[in-house]
Design a protein around this ligand. Structure first.
Ligand code: UFG
Length: 363
């Protein structure tokens, strides 16, 4: 019997790609998403890609009552927890909202898991927990620090889960520290929705290439990097998705908790991305330099060796693949994407916020 995985935030950018990877690996998956930052047609697109009906519930991961109903309905073996906010500027503008979404919801979910005897989780963390790195590449044992409320929320999340791991009969937890996710599924049917873009580089490149924006603003041209622009470790979202499957397998088969970087271990500058995106799209991407963006570091890239050793994880796709799949997604996804009638209809069940009983979920 395949394990059943609860995927919170499963309609989002990384969540939707992980859904596909989990289904392809043979898991049964239940999506929870409040669709605050994901398009409502994502489950239909997932059905199209996988060829299987999708179970998706319109539920906030911080809704205790609704979580009880979900855990009573499905025999959940493990949770992959994506549901969270991720924009650094938004976290600075409204920390309270951020802590509610990222910390209060995590604690509510953990309490619901406890009530229902579920003690395995793969947790979305971020390289943001390293703050400004002292040396490169960044290993997992590098000092941890935060420079904004988003970073604090990820650090606290890791620490709450570490407490659980250390308890007698402790939890099995995979903490995955993402570097810079980019690209899209090869089908072009899912990718990073514009509404989820908190100022990240690749979706902005796409908008300039599509002539929705007149030029790209490059933040900083005098960093101590070969071309003067910031360097990051871009990792294809499908590689990242595969990392979640490998993390989950470590938990389910070996009960081995772990905290690992998920990166490619290579740095690329902003100008590298501009040039590659130009080639892939066949469009010119005008750019203008501006002052450095507050909070940005010159360079950040992972030491990916622990993920390779522990999980046998390697990010295989390169920058070209990331730009090409991004461009495909960006150009296929508008104006209106039409579903094929022949494909299975996903099951999207709406849940009221209160007064709910597990019977509401029977289908
Ligand atoms: N950049 C530009 N112009 C833009 C946007 C970005 O020049 O319009 C540059 C940035 O200065 C940086 C690089 O492109 O050098 C990448 O910037 P992103 O905003 O795409 O990504 P960040 O590395 O700033 O942020 C990512 C995640 C955050 C996470 C952080 C650290 O988006 O959630 O990594 O892990 F906190």
């Amino acid at each position: 019997m395949p394990a059943t995985i609860l995927l919170t935030g499963g309609a989002g950018f990384i969540g939707s790609h992980t859904y596909v990877a989990l289904v392809e690996a043979g898991y049964q998956v239940v999506i929870l998403d409040n669709f605050s930052n994901a398009a409502r047609d994502v489950p239909e697109r997932l059905a199209q890609i996988t060829g299987h009906a999708v179970i998706a519930h319109d539920v906030d991961a911080g809704d205790s009552l609704a979580l009880d109903a979900v855990f009573e309905t499905y025999a959940i073996d493990a949770v992959v927890h994506f549901a969270a906010k991720k924009s650094v500027p938004q976290s600075l503008a409204n920390p309270q909202r951020f802590f509610n979404a990222n910390i209060v919801s995590l604690l509510t979910l953990m309490r619901a898991m406890e009530r229902h005897g579920v003690n395995r989780m793969v947790y979305s963390s971020s390289a943001t927990v390293y703050g400004a790195p002292e040396s490169l590449p960044i290993p997992e044992h590098a000092p941890l620090r935060y420079t904004n409320p988003y970073g604090l929320s990820k650090l606290l999340g890791e620490q709450f889960l570490n407490q659980k791991i250390r308890q007698p009969q402790g939890w099995d937890v995979g903490v995955l520290r993402y570097f810079n996710p980019a690209g899209a599924h090869v089908s072009g049917l899912i990718g990073e929705a514009p509404l989820s873009n908190g100022g990240n580089l690749m979706p902005l490149l796409a908008r300039v290439a599509k002539k929705e924006l007149p030029f790209l603003t490059i933040f900083g041209q005098n960093y101590g990097t070969p071309d003067g622009t910031g360097i990051r470790d871009y990792i294809h979202v499908c590689d990242l998705a595969k990392g979640h499957v490998q993390s989950l397998e470590k938990l389910l088969r070996h009960r081995q908790s772990h905290t690992v970087n998920l990166g490619k271990g290579e740095g690329h500058s902003v100008l590298d991305l501009v040039k590659t995106y130009e080639k892939v799209s066949g469009q010119t991407i005008p750019y203008r330099f501006q002052d450095r963006r507050a909070g940005d570091v010159a360079a950040s890239f992972a030491d990916p060796s622990m993920a390779a050793d522990l999980l046998d994880f390697r990010a295989e796709r390169n920058l070209w693949d990331m730009c090409q799949s991004s461009w495909r997604w960006e150009t296929l996804s508008d104006p209106a994407w039409q579903l094929s009638e022949a494909k299975p209809t996903p099951r999207i069940l709406k849940m009221p916020a209160a007064g709910l009983s597990p019977q509401d979920f029977r289908h």
